[in-house]
Design a protein around this ligand. Sequence first.
Ligand code: NAP
Length: 292
Amino acid sequence: MTAQLIDGKLIAQQVRSEVAVSVTKRVESGKQRPTLATVLVGDRTDSATYVASKGKACQELGMGSISEHLPADATQEQVEELVMRLNADPKVSGILVQLPMPAHINEERVLSLIDIEKDVDGFSPLNIGRLAQKGREPLFVPCTPYGCIYLLEKAGVQIEGATAVVLGRSNIVGMPAALLMIGKNATVTVCHSRTRDLPSVIRNADILIAAIGKPEFVRGDWVKPGAAVIDVGINSKPDTTKKNGYRLVGDVNFDEAKEVAGFITPVPGGVGPMTIAMLMRNTARAAEIQDP
Ligand code: NAP
């Protein structure tokens, strides 16, 4: 292995410890305890697990958590009323609406209702719009892309002036990651399912952020020697040696890429743990903004 491993588990733990210290200080000085409200609509087990782990993280860091659950047949009005109630609740610092919601719910409308000061997931059009504009600052940056950039900076990778490729253009990862990298003065190419000759585009990248959800898609010989590779993908791959019959792999072929890259994140233990850590950071910041 020639690449330096970027240990997301360790870095996420450091972020969480810093947040816990700041929460204790706030509460000791008589200020409001940062509190995250999660909104789950429906019964997807993966969504329920994500929401539960966010609530657990709040508890571990001394923050409050409120968990709201509406049934799968909840109406648009009910979801909107809940968001408006949480907007108005002074105990709530941050609101996280777990996506995806059931198909009959207009997600865009729901997200646009979240008070910008409580939008700790960073998906409200106001925060995304600010992220996309030169000279404007979003109050909150979406947690997974925020985690990617945080890992690069912690590893000492120079972003300014670098040629970066973001593979994937989803609203939750690829697009905001590309906008953040532009804001950090990288020269960014965004690739997607219609991109021609991906390997040759990726071979130019000093920094590659891969977020497409295709197991081990990026091969080692696509990676520029010495590049920093941030692998956002979380895919399960059949593995008969594992008790549960599968193991988690990223969007990059780790075994090949680690021999070429300068820096690389593992899966699991890379970007994954950063998402909740950055959510906790955003929630603590929301409390600071509302009650400095
Ligand atoms: P998504 O919404 O499905 O978007 C996938 C993107 O990849 C799309 O832009 C799509 O292009 C592009 N794409 C798909 N196949 C491609 C191909 N063969 N060549 C080039 N581009 C291709 O996925 P997502 O929500 O961004 O998630 C991506 C991965 O990140 C998943 O594995 C997910 O589990 C993981 N993830 C991890 C975290 C975390 O670590 N905490 C958080 C979120 C997501 P088009 O736009 O042209 O369709």
